[in-house]
Design a protein. Structure first.
Length: 497
């Protein structure tokens, strides 16, 4: 299989409105259209339409989803469609995240607090690695994709290339792994660690799910390169080549860190002088102490808590330019799908202003340098400039999507199954309870069930008592997971006696 090929696995061909939608969208993309709108009802197979477009065009693809649940669903579906390709998942790696905040009114500073999900962190690293090394990539991402990341060129420069026959000094290799922030250990290795046993080096890559790399050296040359089980050490299969990637997306070469620290100190001294001139002694002292501590940590360990606030120096990037994001890892000929665009577009628009408001307070009161503003999400106008050819996907598109697509709206109404939406009948609220009971009795006689939704738990409980008093068996749905599946509407099931 070519590294550019997308092999679609599907048990059935496109049906309903899908064939026409696929053909028209592909024609638009090949014709150079920058924006198109796929408007499809629920159940019409929009995800399968996207998969067919990816399969036929064979271009790296980014699919944006507005929450982790929807992203996970798309990720699972795309994995089934493209099991032989790199289907990646890129969302926030925090299970819990409290950004650092200063509240002037109460003189309260809240430190950054977070709980990182190691599995999500691994998937993010796997995403950037795949985008750098191959083209048969489908990335499902949340709004996290518009937040600042490390520079892709610096990331690529730090990767350690391995292949049988490659000449490499053992001590140099150990030093390179240390620069990638890998930890040396003596026994069972974990993610982003390595173990040395003579001329055999075992590495558990930060982006790997369950396999490690074994390097067998002979006379400063790689004799064998293998996948191994990191726990048992047993060999799995040989490798032709592999690139070991950094532990974090903010990894930076040592020489760049030294340059960045010098520039950070210059900005700090200038800002401290400004605060002193304004007779803001406490803010000046605070900024000096915090920044010096961060510089010391970066010089000693190559990393510090909150290193993302120095991204403009570490990336050597012009502050007037947008931040480096996942969009910069996507090749220029990539393809962008924005799923549920009527929700996703407003979400992208809102990210910048909320982040800026928080940062301004931190800077004004000496908690961060002014350059920390460069660690931010993209503004919406910046997102518009760098996004590739785009297809909006929604059942209820907003005005923005319709205007941008300039009338290029492809409707997908007929479902592949041929099923139609049930008829919806709106009745008067007068005598609604009698009407409800009559319809319920009618269904009970047929041995059927009735699902009734209410606005609140209290009204559901009242309705439960009312119907059960008429001799009908009722149950109130209280399971949280089930309620979420029902759009978090309190629901009650009515079944035959």
């Amino acid at each position: 299989m070519s590294k550019d090929s997308f092999i679609l696995h599907a048990s059935h061909p496109p049906a309903g409105d899908q064939p026409e939608a696929i053909a028209r969208l592909i024609a638009g993309l090949e014709g150079g259209k920058t924006h198109q709108m796929l408007k499809g009802v629920t159940g019409s197979g929009k995800t399968f339409t996207m998969a067919n477009i990816i399969h036929r065009l064979e271009r790296p693809t980014l699919i944006l989803a507005h929450n982790k649940t929807l992203a996970a669903q798309l990720y699972s579906e795309m994995q089934r469609f493209f099991p032989e390709n790199a289907v990646e998942y890129f969302v926030s790696y925090y299970d819990y995240y409290q950004p650092e905040v200063y509240i002037p009114g109460t003189d309260r500073f809240i430190r950054k607090d977070s709980a990182i999900n190691e599995q999500l962190e691994r998937l993010r690293l796997s995403t950037t690695k795949a985008l750098i090394e191959r083209r048969d990539v489908v990335v499902i991402a949340s709004v996290s994709s518009i937040y600042g990341l490390g520079d892709p060129e610096s990331y690529r420069a730090l990767q350690v290339s391995l292949a049988p026959g490659l000449t490499i000094d053992r001590e140099d290799l150990i030093q390179q792994l240390t620069q990638l922030q890998y930890t040396r250990c003596e026994r069972t290795i974990e993610r982003a660690t390595f173990r040395v046993n003579g001329d055999v080096i075992d590495i558990f890559p930060a982006d790997s799910n369950h396999l490690g790399i074994r390097i067998e050296l002979f006379d400063n040359s790689i004799e064998q390169l293998l996948w191994v089980d990191p726990v048992s050490g047993s060999r799995v299969r040989p490798l032709d080549s592999y690139r070991v990637s950094p532990k974090t997306l903010y990894s930076t070469p040592r020489e760049k860190i030294e340059e960045a620290c010098a520039l950070i100190r210059v900005e700090m001294e200038r800002r401290v002088a400004e605060l002193n001139a304004e007779n803001r002694i406490a803010e000046a002292a605070r900024l000096y102490e915090r920044t010096e501590y961060d510089i010391e940590m970066m010089q000693q360990h190559g990393y510090c808590s909150g290193i993302e606030n120095y991204s403009s120096y570490l990336n050597n990037r012009d502050p007037s330019l947008p931040p480096t994001t996942l969009m910069d890892y996507l090749p220029k000929d990539g393809l962008l799908f924005i799923d549920e665009s009527h929700v996703m577009i407003p979400q992208i628009s809102a990210m910048y202003n909320s982040d800026k408001s928080r940062k301004d307070n931190l800077i004004d009161y000496g908690f961060r340098l002014p350059s920390s503003r460069n660690n931010r999400p993209l503004r919406f106008d910046e997102f518009e400039k760098i996004k590739p050819q785009t297809i909006f996907v929604s059942a209820t598109p907003g005005n923005y999507e319709l205007e941008k697509s300039k009338g290029v709206t492809i409707d997908q109404i007929i479902r592949p199954t041929g099923l139609l939406d049930p008829e919806v009948e709106v009745r008067s609220s007068a005598n609604n309870m009698d009407d409800l009971l009559q319809e319920t009795f009618h269904r009970v006689k047929k041995g059927e069930r009735v699902l009734i939704t209410t606005l609140t738990k209290k009204s559901a409980e009242s309705l439960d008592q009312f119907i059960s008093s008429r001799g009908i068996k009722t149950r109130t749905l209280r399971d949280v997971r089930l309620c979420k599946k029902l759009s978090q509407i309190t629901s009650m099931m009515v079944s035959p006696t």
